[in-house]
Design a binder for this molecule. Structure first.
Ligand code: AHM
Ligand code: MG
Length: 336
């Protein structure tokens, strides 16, 4: 049986869906960078890459060595090809400017280079999340600097999104707005091979994911909903639910894409300036695009995540995503 590599899939997309050649190139470059990150992650203690730096990122989080390395890998891979107007990342305060010696292109790339990095040192799955937007016209200032405003587009404007998961297998999950495809890395051949065609999130589920240790900080609708989940067959929902929490969004979302489920990171009362923990531009938006393309749903409890008009590059948002019926139920509780 002939195998469909990522390259072949993208070339066929160009023929059948008019995917522009520079977008195809962009995805290939991101995938190549993810292979390199996968390799670095897999070396672990042997590569001297575990542990933390002495630095904090813009969110005030201590950076792991692999956070910084993964960020550098993505920047270096993408800056020279002429397909991007700029980049932004969880690990960088401001937009990354394409060096003047390279041509600029039509797209913006936004990423979380290594999501779930609290799991790196304990050898649990982590991943890279990315989102692709078109750069608006006239987004460069007079001194040829790309401003943050260029990136502040709602998730509905994403032209592509995906994540790589570095787990027992390395996989790349991708949407170009026409369903979700999954590619598994063939390490001997060095290529991503299409293994999961047409992924669908089941509309109902009996599995949920939430960090229960934050329970006392949640808002009333989430308290009510999780109480109902925990009360099982005897409760108003009339069935028993199972819980999983990996603390790697990529791994939790990957499970949901594979067998359904509900992922929640609600806003809570700890810090009013932080509506939720997860970041809109490079976590919630790409994951919501993927989940919707697989038939699931994603809201912040009040509205569809992809409709949110961003106001800053690193803004946070509450996230409820996964199987449609449960996302609709918990969203409905916020409106009651
Ligand atoms: P990170 O981008 O700094 O790794 O943080 C995001 C991660 C998500 O992958 C995960 O869902 C969440 O943070 C886990 O949070 P908690 O530590 O509260 O369990
Ligand atoms: Mg993250």
């Amino acid at each position: 049986m002939s195998r469909v590599t990522l390259s072949r899939f993208l070339i066929e997309q160009t023929r059948s869906h008019n995917t522009p050649a520079d977008l195809r190139f962009l995805i290939e470059v991101v995938a190549r960078a993810c292979k390199r990150i996968s390799y670095e992650v897999s070396k672990g203690a042997l590569g001297g890459v575990l542990g933390s730096m002495d630095t904090e990122n813009v969110q005030g989080e201590v950076q792991k060595k692999l956070d910084v390395l993964s960020n550098e890998i993505l920047l270096e891979a993408n800056e020279w090809g002429g397909h991007l107007a700029g980049m932004a990342s969880e690990e960088m305060d401001k937009a990354y400017q394409i060096p003047g010696k390279y041509p600029k292109g039509a797209y913006l790339l936004v990423f979380d280079p290594l999501d779930g990095s609290s799991n790196i040192d304990v050898n649990v799955s982590v991943g890279t999340i990315f989102s692709v937007l078109r750069c608006p016209d006239e987004c460069f200032s007079q001194n040829d600097t790309l401003g943050e405003e260029a990136f502040l587009q709602p998730g509905t404007r994403q032209v592509a999104a995906g994540y790589a998961i570095y787990g027992p297998q390395t996989m790349l999950m991708l949407t170009l707005g026409d369903g979700v495809k999954g590619f598994t890395l063939d390490r001997e051949m060095g290529s991503f091979v299409l293994t999961h065609d047409s992924i669908q999130v089941p509309s109902s589920t009996a599995e949920f994911a939430i960090n229960m240790s934050n329970q006392r900080h949640w808002e009333a609708p989430v308290q009510r909903y999780v109480d109902e989940l925990l009360s099982g067959e005897e409760g108003p929902l009339g069935k028993n639910y199972n819980m999983r929490w990996i603390a790697s969004m990529v791994a939790d979302v990957h499970r949901i894409l594979t067998r359904g489920g509900l992922f929640m990171y609600p806003r809570d009362a700890r810090d009013p300036s932080k509506p939720g923990k997860l970041r809109l531009m490079y976590e919630a938006n790409p994951m919501s695009f993927i989940i919707e393309q697989a038939g699931g749903a994603a809201t912040d409890g009040r509205q569809r995540i992809l409709d949110i008009e961003p106001t800053s590059l690193h803004q946070r948002v509450a996230v409820f995503l996964g199987s449609r019926e449960e996302v609709e139920r918990v969203t409905g509780y916020h409106q009651a």
